[in-house]
Every structure is written in structure tokens, then in C-alpha cells.
Design a protein around this ligand. Structure first.
Ligand SMILES: [Fe+2]
Length: 281
């Protein structure tokens, strides 16, 4: 895992050469950690909102994982204050390099690997046992390079003691699934301080760590190319008026710029940006 890059220089932007080295490390090592993407104040704010969302979703019977691993899928659907978590300037620069300028959000979830005593809402969660989050074709062949990259915004620190994710170094270069989810393999801990962002290649073999009673909120966002389907219809989750007030990248991330035209009479071009250039629409 690469050193802990600082996200911001004096003007609030990472230097171009730091982004270059981050992208190079992500390609070779499959995982990088960037410090100080969220401030301590922002972490406190988001932890409070996520805890509140969890309570509301438990009370309303919405899916939230279980008492040892709480999952808020599509966290911004029920709390628009969480919508900014899908975009960071640095993530944007990295995803434009790793994917392309039209990249989109594929799956957003906030996860807390924490044991809640006094609760019982046991539902199965993803992430248990060795796995990748890649796509496979041709009878189990992973695409090379990977189509998707995941970020984890560490609202709480990820440490050995509190459920940090496990990963197998350099396994992203195999472009294959682990044969056995329960195999006994040598692994590293995905350790990151509060406020850091982890970026990893979805082909990296990983699994959920062992939880404790300590909070370990992480916001997991997977990004991919515009032609990949999102897990859900994000474009219907946020009121249009809210989106209109956001920078245009939010519409792009939520797939509004890559919805296929109704039929051949409307257009043969899916990407709104390309359609506008070609057809002036
Ligand atoms: Fe995963």
C-alpha cells in the first residue's frame, strides 16, 4: 500500500504530480490511501447523519444489514445531506484517469462494522469471505484492466482493532475470482486514519474484517464506465430540483447523462454530451 498522500496542497487541490503518482500506485498496487479528504468536523457531521439514518431505517423496517454489520445502501436516498459524499474533486481526477470523463456511480453504501448490543435485525450482508467486486465474462475471466474502482471514505478510522477490511496484496493483477471464499490466505489490513479515503481496484481480493463494539463507519462508493448498469435507479432517488442546484457532475454520476434514448427516432447516441455535440440537442 502506498504512503499516505495528503489530499490537498495550500490551494486545496492535490498537485498534478501527486495525482500522477497516486494513479501509478493504484495501477501497480491495487490500493492507495489518501489522508485528510474529510476534516474531523465533516467526519463528526457525517457520523451523526449516518447514525440517524440507521435508526430511521431500522425503525421503518428498511434493509440495514445486521447487528454486527450495518449497511445503508444508497445512503443519500433518504438524507440529501449525504449526497455530497458521492463526489470529491480528487476522486473525480482519479476516476477520469482510471475510467474516463463520462464515469458514473455504480453502487453507494455506508457500512459500519460494529456490534450493536440490544439490537436484532439480522439480515445477510455482502462482503463476507474472500471476493472481488469485479465483473466476469467468458466463463470467469475478469476484465483487464478493471472496469470499476471503489473508494472508502473513512468517517471513522479503519484499524486492525475495529473491523478494517482485509486484502491480498497484488491480487488485483490476477483478474480472477478467489476459488474459495473461506481459504486461509496471507493478508494485509486496510488501515486508514479518520478522514482518509482509500481507493482500490475492484479486482483486489478482499473481505470484511472482524468487528467490535467501536463505530467504524465507512462510505463505500464504486465508480465505473457510463455503459455499466448502476445497482439501482439513482436518477429517481433525488428530486430533480435538488439535482438542478448541484454541480453538473452530480447528474452525470447519477446516470442522468447516460440514459438510452427512447428509440431510434429520438437518437442513436446515448451519451448526452456526445449527442449535444453531434446533434446540437
Ligand atoms: Fe467487496
Amino acid at each position: 500500500m502506498s504512503g499516505l498522500l495528503n489530499a490537498k496542497s495550500d490551494d486545496g487541490r492535490a498537485a498534478d504530480e501527486d495525482v500522477d503518482s497516486l494513479v501509478a500506485d493504484l495501477r501497480t498496487q491495487g490500493v492507495v490511501v489518501v489522508r485528510d479528504v474529510l476534516s474531523a468536523k465533516e467526519c463528526d457531521f457525517y457520523r451523526g447523519r449516518l447514525d440517524r439514518q440507521l435508526k430511521e431505517r431500522i425503525d421503518s423496517g428498511s434493509y440495514c444489514g445486521n447487528e454486527t454489520n450495518q449497511v445503508l445502501d444508497n445512503y443519500f436516498q433518504t438524507d440529501q445531506e449525504l449526497l455530497p459524499l458521492i463526489y470529491q474533486e480528487l476522486t473525480d481526477r482519479v476516476m477520469r484517469r482510471m475510467i474516463d470523463d463520462d464515469y458514473v456511480l455504480i453502487s453507494p453504501s455506508a457500512r459500519n462494522r460494529r456490534t450493536l448490543s440490544g439490537f436484532e435485525f439480522g439480515r445477510k450482508t455482502s462482503g463476507v469471505g474472500w471476493h472481488t467486486d469485479s465483473r466476469f465474462i467468458g466463463g470467469g475471466q475478469g476484465t483487464k484492466p478493471s472496469l470499476c474502482y471503489m473508494t472508502i471514505l473513512c468517517v471513522d478510522a479503519f484499524a486492525k482493532e475495529n473491523g478494517a477490511t482485509h486484502f491480498i496484496p497484488n491480487s488485483h493483477l490476477r483478474y480472477q475470482r478467489p476459488a474459495d471464499r473461506d481459504a486461509d490466505l496471507d493478508y494485509n489490513f486496510l488501515i486508514a486514519p479518520q478522514g482518509a479515503m482509500v481507493i482500490f481496484d475492484t479486482a483486489l481480493w478482499h473481505r470484511i474484517g472482524d468487528g467490535t463494539e467501536k463505530s467504524r463507519w465507512g462510505v463505500f462508493n464504486t465508480y465505473g464506465p457510463w455503459f455499466m448498469k448502476p445497482y439501482h435507479r439513482f436518477d429517481e432517488m433525488v428530486p430533480r430540483a435538488t439535482l438542478d442546484e448541484m454541480p453538473p457532475i452530480f447528474k452525470q454520476l447519477l446516470h442522468l447523462d447516460s440514459i438510452p434514448p427512447k428509440d431510434h427516432n429520438e437518437s442513436m447516441i446515448t451519451l448526452r454530451r456526445v449527442r449535444a455535440a453531434v446533434e446540437g440537442q
